[in-house]
Design a protein around this ligand. Structure first.
Ligand code: ADP
Length: 375
């Protein structure tokens, strides 16, 4: 019996995607060696980025499965080692394009990532639920999506996405956990248990800056930021750190809620940001007999989009209305957003339609350099 060929084994390893880096392990310098014996046994040595890598079992399983699919392989033995500091430096420079600290890549002139900051006037209107559902809907369409949970005091994104895993740190670079194909980073991943975060403005600003520059998101099509409710320090920091971020304002149908939400949207005038649109959540409840009940009144989204259009002096679209749905809340409780668990429900349909609009929204050309070079 002939030993399986090395090219065939490497080709199989190239199908193994690192769960955090989202790239083939063969491209990331993670394959130290792969050796086959005449009886079909294969021994692979895989380098992990750090010794306590939380995904060692996933990687071992994926490598084993990929190699077992190669003709002639009878048994796979995976040995895990850890990258040397030089190999880690090489990996970082490969990921980032160079080894120097690059600051916030989303501000690069050639960055194609659309950044949406999801805001609300007050808490409890569904801002975080809408954020995770839009992220999952966009990722399910094949877009590369990330979420930054900037709701520092009231972080809830890890729970809504079902993430319990901590981010992996490769020296100063932080690899965000991935859930439902969305890369997620939250302050909740850095505090022990359910401790409150008691930070003031400058600390908040620094934390956000670190998230945005030290976390390796790779190329993203869309980055969603879940802002804290209101018009506090974080909203201003986001405007400073990510001037190209566009604001999406969430409100309930209640007129009083729309008043408060208007302030959150109007901050864009002061910070020079764009308002991408308004989403009305908890619009109505469908009763068992098929009739609908407007628990929180009606018209808030419409009023808000009209008023914000005047305030920012540009059209602000009502992107959609999402009904009240018990499955939406239940999905949040188990970390499986409703667009994935019940995509046919009316609430999911509303969220999917909004995601569709965001996915095709043209990028503003303001501040973009046109690719014309004189010859
Ligand atoms: P916020 O981020 O604005 O504080 P959340 O997303 O945490 O709001 O939502 C507040 C509560 O309302 C959560 O329990 C959530 O499950 C529930 N919720 C939000 N939107 C809906 C909806 N459309 N239908 C049913 N429950 C909802």
């Amino acid at each position: 019996m002939n030993a399986p060929s090395e090219p065939a084994l490497l080709a199989a390893l190239a199908t193994v995607i690192d769960p955090e880096l989202r790239r083939p392990i063969t491209e990331m310098g993670m394959v130290e060696s792969v050796e086959a014996f005449d009886d079909g046994r294969v021994h692979a040595v895989i380098r992990l980025t750090i010794s306590g890598c939380p995904l060692r079992e996933t990687i071992t399983r994926d490598v084993t499965n990929a190699l077992m699919r190669v003709d002639g392989v009878t048994e796979v033995n995976v040995e895990l080692t850890v990258m040397t500091p030089e190999q880690r430096a090489e990996l970082k420079s490969q990921l980032r394009g160079d080894s120097v600290e690059r600051g916030i890549v989303f501000n690069d002139e050639d960055s194609l990532t659309r950044v949406y900051a999801v805001a609300s006037g007050k808490g409890g209107v569904g801002k975080s639920s809408v954020t995770v559902n839009l992220a999952c809907a966009l990722a399910a369409k094949g877009l590369r999506v990330g979420i930054v949970d900037a709701d520092i005091y009231g972080f809830s994104i890890p729970g809504l996405m079902g993430i319990t895993q901590a981010p992996t740190k490769v020296d100063e670079m932080i690899l965000p956990p991935v859930a439902h194909d969305v890369k997620v980073i939250s302050i909740g991943m850095f505090v022990a248990g359910n401790q409150p975060v008691a930070w003031r403005g400058p600390m908040l600003h620094r934390a956000l800056e670190q998230f945005l520059s030290d976390v390796y998101f790779g190329d993203l099509d869309i980055l969603l930021l879940d802002l804290p409710p209101g018009t506090g320090d974080v909203a201003i920091s986001v405007a400073q750190l990510l001037p190209k971020a566009e604001i999406i304002v969430i409100t309930t149908p209640q007129a009083a809620a729309a008043d408060v939400a208007e302030r959150a949207g109007a901050i864009a005038v002061q910070t020079g940001q764009k308002v991408a649109g308004v989403i009305e959540n908890m619009s109505f409840l469908t009763l068992p007999d098929g009739s609908t009940m407007e628990l929180f009144g009606s018209g808030g989204g419409e009023i808000l989009s009209k008023r914000l259009s005047q305030t920012v002096n540009a059209p602000v679209e009502l992107l959609g209305q999402i009904p009240i749905d018990v499955a939406l809340r239940e999905g949040g409780d188990i970390g499986l957003p409703i667009v994935l668990s019940h995509p046919d429900s009316p609430a999911a349909a509303g969220l999917l339609a909004i995601a569709e609009k965001l996915a095709v929204r043209p990028r503003g050309l303001a501040g973009l350099k046109l690719g014309v070079t004189p010859r």
